[in-house]
Design a protein around this ligand. Sequence first.
Ligand code: NA7
Length: 316
Amino acid sequence: NESDLYNFDESEHETESDIVTAKDDITPTCLKIGFLGLGIMGSGMVRNLIKTGHSVMVWNRTPMKCRDFVQAGASMGGTVTEVVAACDITFGCVSDPNAVRDLVFGTNGVLQSIRPGKAYVEMSTIDVETVQDVAESIESRGGRFLEAPVIGTRKPAEDGMLVIVAGGDRSLFDDCESCFLAMGKKAFYLGEVGSGTRMKLVANMVLGSVMAGYAEGMSLAERAGLDLQTVLDVFKEGPLNCAAVRSKGDAILHSRFEPSFPLKHQQKDMRLALALGDELKQSLPVAAAANEMFKRAISLGNGDNDMSSVYRATAL
Ligand code: NA7
């Protein structure tokens, strides 16, 4: 259904300057937007909201991270409650289920300002149970709720090219149109709360399994005496030629593991996807093995490195 999809067609806008020009055509909503969480993902998303003319108020647990955004035109809230009170729609994008619970249910949290007319959009990747708890609490106070986790890492967040997989209040999805166009290349409306989260967990589980298999292959290639640059060149000419293989291959080749997507978050997504598999009695042997590799990489000190540093758990 076309109306379930905000589509920013990349094929027509192949260069970065094309993207910037096309994003310039967005008419920003006149609703006041709040944004909680200025990590790797939140930073890129907020920058694109500001660039496209949205009126944004930001908050981050570590307040220093708000400074650049205030310079770029955002206002800053002293607490989460203050942001939700001042804004019509507030987005949240923090690390994991515990962080979301702190943000929503904690002292000076989201819930304290929720009342009819207020809306909250959860963009963190968390589990279905947590997202449903958040939805129920917001809705029981008369607010509207949407889950909208995103597929993509640092660069797509910076370029406004994320894929948004939403579930929940349809009218809120529609009210988010200009924000989603600013942050993403496509926004899917998948139905009830939980459907976006399930979609996101499946996508990241597959990505994690692919990454772990790829890292293992690169280790085997190295052990077998192959030149890794040549291996990459061969991959790039065949069916493995995709953005993930190209960028993560370069990261492995040059041992450049600055986080585009922190490995600890990838392991969290494997854990949440495996828990979903447990609940549904779905066997997931490949993902379970990949998860062990991510856990090992964390114990070797790679939690804050990019997910591609799972390679270090294979090169032993
Ligand atoms: P980052 O770059 O690790 O940033 C995490 C953000 O979450 C950052 O703003 C943190 O604040 C914030 N955070 C972490 N714990 C809390 C608690 N307890 N309360 C409030 N805020 C918190 O993550 P990404 O941007 O890469 O990813 C964000 C989500 O998108 C995640 O679910 C991914 O899987 C997808 P800080 O700056 O440390 O004070």
